[in-house]
Design a protein around this ligand. Structure first.
Ligand code: 5GP
Length: 210
C-alpha cells in the first residue's frame, strides 16, 4: 500500500518530559524528528545541530524573511521555529515526521497541514510538573516560574489536541505514542487512494454489465 507520511506534532508543558520521551521513541522506532532553530542559549550537554540549531536573532529573523520556517513562535523571550525543508522532504518520502513544539506553533501547523496529528504530553499533576522542573536544575527559579505561568496559559489549548498523553512511566508512554501514530495510519480519511484502488480492482469481479 502506498504509505503517506504523517506529520505528528507533540506539545506539552515545559518539564513534562517531552525531550526524554522523544529520545526514547526515536531509539526504538523509525521516525524523523525535526530539529528546530532557536535563539536560546544551549544547556549543558546540548549540541548545535542535535537538540537545536542555535542561532543569533539576526540569523533567525533572516530565516523568517526568507520563508525558510514552517512556523515560529516566541517562547519565554526566545525565538523557536521549524525549518521547512527537512519536514517537506521527509513527508514526500513517505516518512512519519515529529515536531516537538509549543502550542502556538502547533495550532499554526494545524492550519497549514489540516491532516497533522496533534498530541499533548502532560505529567500526572501540576505538583509533579513543578517538581520535574526544579529537579531538572537547568533553569533559575525565575525562569521556572515563567514556564509554570506559561503552562497555565497553555492548558487552555489542550482541548484542541487530538490526544492527551499522560507521561507517568516512560516506557509505557513511548509505546502509547507509537501506537497512536500507527493507528492513525488506518484512519479511513488517510486511505482514500487505497479505497479507490480496491474498488477499481473489485470491478473486475462484478457480475453482470460492466
Ligand atoms: P526548551 O527551551 O525547553 O527546549 O523549549 C521551550 C519550548 O519551545 C518547548 O515547549 C518546545 O516544545 C518549544 N519549541 C521547540 N522547538 C520549537 C519550534 O520549532 N517551534 C515552536 N513553536 N516551538 C518550539
Amino acid at each position: 500500500m502506498n504509505r503517506q507520511g504523517i506529520l505528528t506534532v507533540v506539545s506539552g508543558f515545559s518539564g513534562a518530559g517531552k525531550g526524554t520521551l522523544m529520545k526514547a521513541l526515536l531509539e526504538k522506532y523509525d521516525y524523523g524528528l525535526s530539529i528546530s532553530a532557536t535563539t536560546r542559549t544551549p544547556r549543558t550537554g546540548e549540541e548545535d545541530g542535535r537538540e537545536y540549531f542555535f542561532l543569533t536573532r539576526e540569523h533567525f529573523e533572516s530565516m523568517i524573511e526568507q520563508g525558510e520556517l514552517i512556523e515560529w513562535a516566541e517562547y519565554v523571550g526566545n525565538y523557536y521555529g521549524t525549518p521547512k525543508k527537512y519536514v517537506e522532504d521527509q513527508l514526500a518520502a513517505g516518512k512519519d515526521v515529529i515536531l516537538e513544539i509549543e502550542v502556538q506553533g502547533a495550532l499554526h501547523v494545524r492550519e497549514l497541514f489540516p491532516d497533522a496529528l496533534l498530541l499533548f504530553i502532560t505529567p500526572p499533576s501540576a505538583e509533579e510538573l513543578k517538581n520535574r522542573l526544579v529537579n531538572r536544575g537547568t533553569e533559575s527559579m525565575d525562569k521556572i516560574e515563567e514556564r509554570l505561568s506559561r503552562a497555565f496559559e497553555e492548558a487552555d489549548c489542550m482541548q484542541q489536541y487530538d490526544y492527551i498523553v499522560v507521561n507517568d512511566e516512560l516506557d509505557a508512554c513511548v509505546e502509547q505514542l507509537n501506537e497512536i501514530i500507527i493507528n492513525e495510519h488506518s484512519r479511513t480519511l488517510r486511505n482514500n487512494s487505497y479505497i479507490e484502488k480496491m474498488s477499481n480492482e473489485l470491478k473486475a469481479f462484478k457480475k453482470g454489465d460492466l
